[in-house]
Design a protein around this ligand. Structure first.
Ligand code: HEM
Length: 412
């Protein structure tokens, strides 16, 4: 195992716990489609509770912890204090927001006489640790040279800033009661796209290059910033085409093309240089990149939407590349013993991805039945079981269990 000066491995356990909670929420959605949801819950709200926890409480704290673990070797100096507190806050605030999303989604909650946007308020709080993390990262990396991993993490954090502007823009559109529905939807997509395609993809790519510096090439620097510039335009592809002004549609296509092509350039650089375990998430990144390229052709984008490919496409990236990538990166920096059983997690994710195919238009309609819903429901349990195995492995690693968490959450 490679030693680091700040030990935030306990945060991995917290993030995995949130993956299990968010995964169970996804399972509730799928079993709800078979047997109905418990009284008081609605599908839209369950979906929001699932996706928000996965974004803010699984990927975000896990990525922060892994970046911190790699920083000393990128900058050549130890990291300062404060990261443990920030990551703990991200985990706790995420948990606080969970019940509000589950019960109310984005709608107002009745509190006594008042109707309050509790989930929005909790979500805004969730953003505070992101900015605190940026300040610490800036403190520890300013005046350092910018090898490719640092440049990718710079871009990742810049994407978080842009994404939160989308969030603020969404609130502004609501408060100003802008009548054109396009603006509200564009702000939501700006937020989602920059968070997933910016923060997550650049963040995980940075981890891959940190472990495999021989993959770094000068052209990857400008490729990264080109993708970054294209992301806000590519985000427009997520807005229903009926709402998007004619003049913006070609821009959205060009944006998606640049993002797809840029990701393939990164893929080509990393593939020959990485250990075999990285090839699984990279293959999913390839699928995402080809999907993005295909979606830049308007006819293909319309067909894919109609064929119900959105949910599988999202999970190729979020589970296939991002979640497996985080686990591989954890194995590389904290030792494979720490993620013992990681292959079960990968197998669970592959099973879940396969189970989604019969729910799409790619599967012949004559073969669809209640069994396809049942398969998709039971398959949700596979990655959750994988995550439980991972959590046990981390827990059993000396120095990571509860005693470590309670005594000294900050540094070794
Ligand atoms: C155990 C693993 C997972 C399971 C069981 C799961 C399950 C689900 C289900 C059932 C849906 C709703 C599908 C529908 O609307 O038809 C969904 C949507 C979604 N999931 Fe997952 N998922 C998992 C992992 C993830 C991860 C790791 C992320 C992000 C990091 C994620 C992000 C999303 C997003 C963004 C949506 C769409 C939300 C929306 O349309 O508002 N999921 N997932």
């Amino acid at each position: 195992m490679t030693r680091t000066t700040t030990d935030v491995r306990w945060a991995w356990l917290g993030a995995l716990g949130c993956f299990i909670l968010a995964g169970l929420t996804g399972a509730l959605f799928r079993f709800g489609m078979l047997y109905g949801l418990p009284e008081g819950l609605q599908f839209g709200n369950v979906r929001h509770a699932h996706s928000h926890r996965m974004y803010f409480s699984w990927v975000t704290p896990a990525l922060m912890a892994l970046i911190v673990a790699w920083l000393p070797r990128q900058t050549g100096r130890p990291v300062g204090r404060g990261y443990g507190l920030v990551i703990a806050a991200a985990l706790l605030l995420g948990l606080l927001a969970y019940p509000f999303f589950l019960l109310y989604g984005y709608s107002l909650a009745q509190v006594g006489e008042k109707r309050l946007p509790l989930s929005m308020m909790a979500s805004a709080l969730c953003g505070l640790p992101w900015y605190a993390f940026m300040i610490l990262y800036w403190r520890d990396t300013r005046r350092a040279a910018r090898p490719l991993p640092l440049l990718l993490w710079d871009a990742a954090l810049a994407a978080v800033v842009l994404a939160s502007l989308g969030g603020v823009g969404r609130m502004a559109v609501a408060m100003l009661r802008v009548p054109d529905l396009f603006w509200g939807e564009a702000m939501v997509q700006l937020f989602l796209n920059l968070f997933a395609d910016g923060w997550f993809i650049f963040g995980v790519l940075g981890l891959a290059y940190a472990a495999h510096p021989s993959a770094g090439r000068p052209h990857l620097r400008w490729t990264t910033w080109l993708i970054f510039l294209a992301l806000p335009f590519a985000a427009l592809l997520g807005v229903p085409s009926s709402l998007t002004p004619e003049v913006l549609r070609p821009l959205a296509s060009v944006g998606a093309f640049v993002v797809g092509a840029g990701l393939l350039v990164h893929l080509a650089a990393l593939w020959p240089a990485v250990v075999a375990a990285w090839r699984i998430p990279l293959a999913f990144l390839g699928l995402k990149a080809v999907g993005e390229l295909a979606a830049s052709i308007p006819m293909v984008a319309t067909w894919a939407e109609g064929a119900g490919l959105r949910i599988p496409y999202l999970h190729w990236l979020l589970l296939g590349f991002v979640s497996i990538g985080l686990v591989v990166a954890a194995g590389e920096v904290w030792g494979w013993r720490f993620v013992r059983g990681w292959r079960w997690y990968v197998a669970g994710i592959l099973l879940l991805q396969v189970s989604l195919i019969p729910l799409t238009g790619l599967w012949p309609a004559a073969w669809v039945g209640r069994w396809s819903l049942a398969l998709a429901a039971w398959a949700t349990l596979a990655p959750i079981a994988g995550a439980i195995i991972l959590a046990y492995s981390a827990w059993a690693t000396p120095g990571v269990g509860l005693r470590r968490l309670v005594r000294q959450p900050e540094s070794v």
